[in-house]
Structure formats: C-alpha cells, structure tokens
Ligand binder design. Structure first.
Ligand code: ARG
Length: 460
C-alpha cells in the first residue's frame, strides 16, 4: 500500500485491510463538488491575504477548475488508498499541477475541510427537500379545494366519530407539512455557518480571512468558536430529526391510503401507475408504494438514532467517529425526496370514491353528537342529553333504526320542544356545515384554511 499524505512520522505503511477499514471515499465522494468549491474559496482567500503568491494560487485555481470539469464529465477516478475525498482530490491535484498543490492545505485541516463540505452538501439539499414538500402541499391544497363538500366519516379510535369534509382532512396534512418546512428552514440557519478556517481545532497562525471564505461559499458567517466548528454536527442531527418527523407524517398518510384502498373501506382507488399486481392472485391491486413509504420511515428513524448515539459521548474536538455522520444523512436525502414525489403523484392520480365516503355516513351514528347538541340548545344539560341519545343509539343498534328514522312523535314524547328541524340537523352535510368554529370542518372554514394555505405557498 502506498505512502500516505500524512505519512511523515510513519516508518511503515498500513495494510490493505486497515486502509479499507478507515477509508470513507466509497461514500464521501458524494461531496466531491463541495470539496472542490471549498478548496477554491480557500485558495482565493490565501491569495488575497498574501499567504500564497498570486502565481502559486493561480496554478492551484487552474488545477481545481480542471478537476471540476473532469468531475462534471464523470472522469475523476478515486482510490481507496487515498482514504477520503479530501486526500483523493489533493492527490489528483498534485498529478495535475505538481508539488505546488501541497500549498493548498496551508492554514487548513481535514477537520474544518470535512465539516465545510458537509455543511455545503446539506445547504444545497435543504432547498430541494423544502421544494419537494411544497409540491406535495400543492397537491393536497388542490385536492382539498376540489373536495371541500365531499363528506366522509371522521374517525377517532378508527371508529366513526363525526362527519367531516374530505378537504378538511387533507388540509390537516398540509399543516403538518407546513411545520416540517418551518423546521427545515430553521435547520438552514444552523447549516449556514462556515467551519472553514477553524483548521484542526484551534485556529491558525496564518492571517486568514474567515469572513471572506464564509461569504464566498454563501454562508451567513463563520462559526464563532473554532473548537465548536469542527465538532458540531447539530445541523446534521436537526436534519435527521426533521426528516424523521416528516416521515412520521408521510407514514400516517400512507397508512390511511393502505386502509382506504381496501375492499372494506373502498374510499380510494390508486391509479395503475401507483399500484402493483400479484404474481399469483390475478385480482390484486396492491398499494405497494404507500407501504414502501410507510416502511422507509424505519430507516430514517434509524439514521437519527445512529447519529445521536455516535455523538453522545464524543470528546471535543474532532474524532474519527465523526466519519460515521455522513452515510445516514446521504441516505436520508436519497429517501425523503422520492417519498415526497411518489406520494404527491399517488394522491394526485388516485380516484376518490366520494359516493362511498358519503354512503358511510348515512346509516351510522356519527350524527349522535348533533342530536345531543340539539337537545342541549333546547335547555337539557349536555350531560343528560348525552345519556338520552346514548339510549336511543343503543335501541337503534338493536332494531336497525337510525336517528333520522325515529318518528317525530317519539322525539316529542322525549321532549315536546323537538321540531321537524331535528331531521335537518341529523344530516351529515348539515353536521359538517354547522361546525363553523375557527379551524372547524364547515365548508366556509375549510375554504378559509385553503386560502391561508395558498398564501403560504405563494409567499416565496
Ligand atoms: N474522512 C474524514 C471524515 O469523514 C475526514 C476528516 C479526517 N480527519 C482526521 N483528522 N482524521 O470525518
């Protein structure tokens, strides 16, 4: 095995086994573009602060530009003997321009370098994640708008509770996703700090300009403490935690899609593109992709737990344990964006069986609260009204008579004040319409939710 860039104080080379074990190039090559970007900012700063001569700096800049072109063309070859992306790039640069390449690492350590690359990597992906969430939100708002007046049973304990607007239900997911966006936006604030110039941990004796490199790389400002700069992975943990919560939301929605496409519920039918068949049962139309999104929540939760565990007793500053920070984050990005995109397409193309949804509210007792409310308005204490209606439900379940089918005479025997208008109140649509409290399920309130949502979507 070849001599290492750091091999000065070593008399023997490592083994192929330990080279491979310690290497991260297999996965951190995903940050090759960021590494080159960081190096360009660094060398320009070294030139501007007269730490390097313009001539040396120019050679290095040309070399880095050439590597950027080769990377874009897919022509860069990495070698596991060079351990990680940073030393692979330095070694490739040396092949390009000779020993002057060695001046690039002046006033820099791989510790601030890797942290910078990782920040840059996430900084680029966060807007993509936020955009993918917004696209799903747009699908939800459009569906909600088309289904303000689609009546369905609302559930608690998965038992019929009260009738709701399907649009209202969809907007609940919009709001969850809005909080996800806000969390990722907050995450951007902490990802927007530049570790570059922290060097190994203590800063450097060279007169570097951390403000300049931070600005050149699009960061808000440099980390204010060099030890924190190379040790901090909060931005990655925040990302994983935000992604885990996002996946909780997607998984709940997918669970309902799986449930609602069953023969028993039959509220939704997936388009052929978003369903699969069975190799043995010809009749099958399976919601595989909803299940897969639900299942993929597991790996994202796992990545969060893994990094929390890596970090929890790590002494300051850099420790090689930190090399374990990247794969989970990369995999999370690779997981959540397609989950969001596939789910958006799935929802957009699914057939909503509005008749079945409405039908499910016609012969159930999800209007029992309406009757209790009606009695309460007539002056019966709500607790007593609840008991009276409970008795009627019990009887109805035995005899197969719904609350709408109880004759007026019987109602009036209970309370002479009850009028014909009780039947109006007992209709599911009326039950929905009358829930006009802020954030409630009335058509008017749902329309207002949709209007507020559209404002948020158009905000930037
Ligand atoms: N490959 C390393 C990582 O991912 C880069 C930093 C190595 N620094 C060091 N002092 N060994 O963390």
């Amino acid at each position: 095995t070849t001599k290492k860039l750091w091999g000065g104080r070593f008399t023997e080379t490592g083994s192929a086994q330990t080279d491979t074990f310690g290497a991260s190039i297999e996965f951190d090559q995903l940050m090759a573009a960021e590494d080159l970007e960081g190096s360009l900012a660094h060398v320009e700063m070294l030139r501007d602060t007269h730490i390097l001569t313009p001539k040396d700096a120019e050679q290095i800049i040309q070399g880095l530009h050439h590597l950027q072109q080769q990377l874009a063309a897919g022509q860069l070859q990495f070698d596991v003997a060079n351990e990680d992306i940073h030393m692979n790039i330095e070694s490739l640069l040396t092949q390009e321009i000779g020993p002057v390449a060695g001046k690039l690492h002046t006033a820099r350590s791989r510790n601030d370098q890797v942290a910078t690359d990782f920040h840059l990597y996430l900084k680029k992906r966060l807007p993509q994640v936020i955009q993918a969430i917004k696209n799903l939100q747009t699908v939800l708002v459009n569906l909600a708008e088309a289904n303000v007046e689609t009546i369905m049973p609302g559930y608690t304990h998965l038992q019929h509770a009260q009738p709701i607007s399907y649009g209202h239900y969809l907007m609940a997911y919009f709001d969850m996703l809005q909080r996800d966006i806000e969390r990722f936006q907050f995450n951007q604030k902490h990802t927007n700090l530049s570790p570059l110039g922290a060097a190994a941990l203590a800063g450097t004796t060279f007169p570097i300009d951390r403000q300049q490199t931070a600005q050149r790389l699009g960061f808000t400002c440099p980390y204010s403490n060099s030890i924190d700069a190379v040790s901090d992975r909060d931005f990655a943990l925040e990302f994983l935690s935000n992604a885990a919560l996002l996946m909780v939301h997607l998984s709940r929605l997918c669970e309902e899609i799986v449930l609602w496409t069953t023969y028993e519920f039959n509220y939704l039918e997936l388009s052929d593109e978003y369903a699969t068949g069975s190799s043995i049962m010809p009749q099958k139309k399976n919601p595989d992709f909803a299940e897969l999104i639900r299942g993929k929540s597991g790996r994202v939760f796992g990545h969060l737990m893994a990094l929390l565990t890596v970090m929890k007793a790590l002494p300051l500053a850099y420790d090689k344990d930190l090399q374990e920070d990247k794969e989970g984050v990369f995999d999370t990005v690779k997981t959540i964006i397609p989950c969001l995109t596939v789910l958006a397409g799935m929802l957009q193309t699914a057939k909503i069986k509005t008749a079945n949804m409405a039908q499910a509210t016609t012969r159930d007792f999800s209007n029992a609260t309406e009757l209790a409310d009606y009695l309460a308005v007539k002056g019966i204490p709500f607790r007593q009204a609840h008991a009276i209606v409970g008795q009627l439900v019990l009887e109805g379940l035995k005899t197969g008579v719904t609350l709408q089918e109880i004759p007026l005479a019987k109602y009036q025997a209970l309370l002479p004040d009850i009028g014909e208008d009780v039947y109006q109140d007992l209709q599911a649509k009326t039950a929905v319409q009358r829930r006009q409290s802020f954030g409630g399920t009335s058509f008017q309130q749902v329309k207002q939710q949709i209007a507020r949502a559209r404002q948020l979507l158009n905000a930037d």
